[in-house]
Design a protein around this ligand. Structure first.
Ligand SMILES: Cc1cc2nc3c(=O)[nH]c(=O)nc-3n(C[C@H](O)[C@H](O)[C@H](O)COP(=O)(O)OP(=O)(O)OC[C@H]3O[C@@H](n4cnc5c(N)ncnc54)[C@H](O)[C@@H]3O)c2cc1C
Length: 392
């Protein structure tokens, strides 16, 4: 007999699946507007409440990540877009003033106002202590000037979370701002929609003397790295879920193929080389799910103490997805490269998941730093309360 919470979880899962299948089942090519609508619908199923009002259930982050995995099984692009919006809203909820949240909260949580995160710059990818975009105080405002690149979803965004330099003190001199995307002086390049298989629209953004009221600072001045750390920690859970959904799609496709493809007189699954590969794929995905479940539990208990668990979950799940999708390509052989066959695209998508939200080398740095290692070259002495890099 299911209790009320289990009924609610089952109903949520059904709605998420139905909404996702409506998105993937449409004949029209996926485009930014359709994706935006689908993200809003998915957040409206109750997903955003799991992220914003987590006390309503015991294990909100696990439920959210399970839903993401379901979405990613059918469309990893859609799952990625959902997790970016949801976790960005949570970050704003946590770090904005009560007045700013009262003004913007409804539009953000419904997905009506998409959000883009602007950390990367030409000289600042993994090493955010190199951020140069400058914010200088001007009475009740700041003036922002500089350049960001690789900002996903910026071409549709209503709000930008922008990390800017407010003092010379390395990581301890970065402040997070919530900037209206239509502010005078903001120029967002048209989205480069197709990046070799993963349709995440990314833009460059120029900031030319953009006036931002001081009440739009998120968190404290010069402590933007704390905001980034929380955002990235959650994002790693989201990406792990995306990777496991994607990996599962590849595994299921390879399994189906191996059962029906006959070579040397029998289905290829009966050849040990293929059967063992499938066994390893299934085992890796199951291990990834357990690691993600553990990280979700740690996060729900203590978000600030979840950096290690989230890095491990992201590292393992995305590396596993990369291996599983590559194995799926190998199992399908030449068929993997037929026009209607998605597994080769999935393999490239999995590689991208290893790069987003801190590359997997950076996850390893994070992990070894938590183990007492010495990967700490970017710590700012001026900010001993900050992590060694925003990714750590
Ligand atoms: C589709 C897409 C969407 C994106 N969306 C966003 C977004 O919304 N917002 C945003 O701000 N950015 C975004 N990015 C940028 C992304 O976050 C960066 O690409 C990523 O952080 C890596 O930075 P980089 O490419 O500059 O690599 P680099 O920092 O130049 O690193 C190059 C290589 O060196 C390795 N490396 C660097 N430092 C070390 C070290 N200390 N130890 C070991 N290895 C190291 C890296 O792991 C990598 O393999 C996006 C990128 C893509 C492709």
């Amino acid at each position: 007999m299911l209790d009320a919470a289990q009924h609610a979880a089952r109903s949520l899962a059904g709605q998420v699946r139905a909404t996702t299948l409506r998105y993937t089942g449409s004949d029209a090519e996926p485009d930014a507007h359709r994706r935006h609508r689908a993200v809003s619908e998915l957040l409206g199923t109750g997903l955003i409440d799991l992220v914003i009002e987590p006390s309503a259930v015991d294990d909100p982050t696990r439920l959210f990540c399970t839903a993401l995995e379901t979405i990613a099984l059918h469309s990893v692009e859609l799952a990625e877009a959902v997790q970016v919006q949801a976790f960005s809203v949570r970050t704003i909820r946590r770090h904005a003033t009560a007045a700013l949240w009262a003004e913007l909260g409804e539009g953000l949580r419904s997905g009506a106002v998409p959000i883009a995160n602007c950390l990367s710059e030409p000289a600042a990818g993994s090493d955010l202590s190199a951020i140069e975009l400058a914010a200088t105080r001007d009475g009740p405002c700041f003036r922002l000037s500089g350049y960001k690149d690789w900002a996903a979803y910026a071409s549709q965004a209503g709000e930008l979370i922008v990390y800017a330099r407010t003092s010379a003190a390395g990581l301890g001199g970065i402040t997070a701002f919530l900037v209206p995307a239509d502010s005078p002086g903001v120029t967002i390049s048209p989205a480069a929609e197709q990046l070799r298989g993963l349709s995440i629209p990314v833009s460059d953004i120029a900031f030319d003397d953009v006036l931002v009221p001081a009440h739009r600072v998120l968190g404290r001045p010069n402590r933007g790295v704390r905001v980034a750390t929380i955002l990235l920690t959650q994002g790693r859970l989201g990406l792990a879920a995306c990777a496991l959904g994607l990996g599962n799609a590849a595994f299921e496709r390879a399994l189906e193929f191996a059962r029906t493809r006959v070579r040397f007189g029998r289905p290829i699954i009966e050849h040990q080389g293929i059967g063992f590969a499938l066994a390893d794929m299934a085992t890796g995905l199951q291990a990834g799910r357990q690691l993600l479940r553990h990280a979700c539990e740690v996060f729900d208990h203590d978000p600030d103490g979840a950096v290690l668990a989230c890095a491990q979950a992201k590292l393992f799940a995305t590396d596993t997805a990369q291996r599983v999708t590559a194995d799926a390509v190998q199992i399908l052989g030449a068929s993997a490269y037929l026009p209607d066959e998605p597994v080769e695209t999935w393999m490239r998508q999995a590689s991208l998941l290893q790069i987003l939200q801190g590359t997997n080398q950076i996850q390893r740095r994070t992990i070894v730093a938590r183990l007492g290692g010495s990967a700490r070259p970017t710590r700012s002495d001026a900010a001993p309360d900050l992590p060694t890099t925003p990714f750590e």
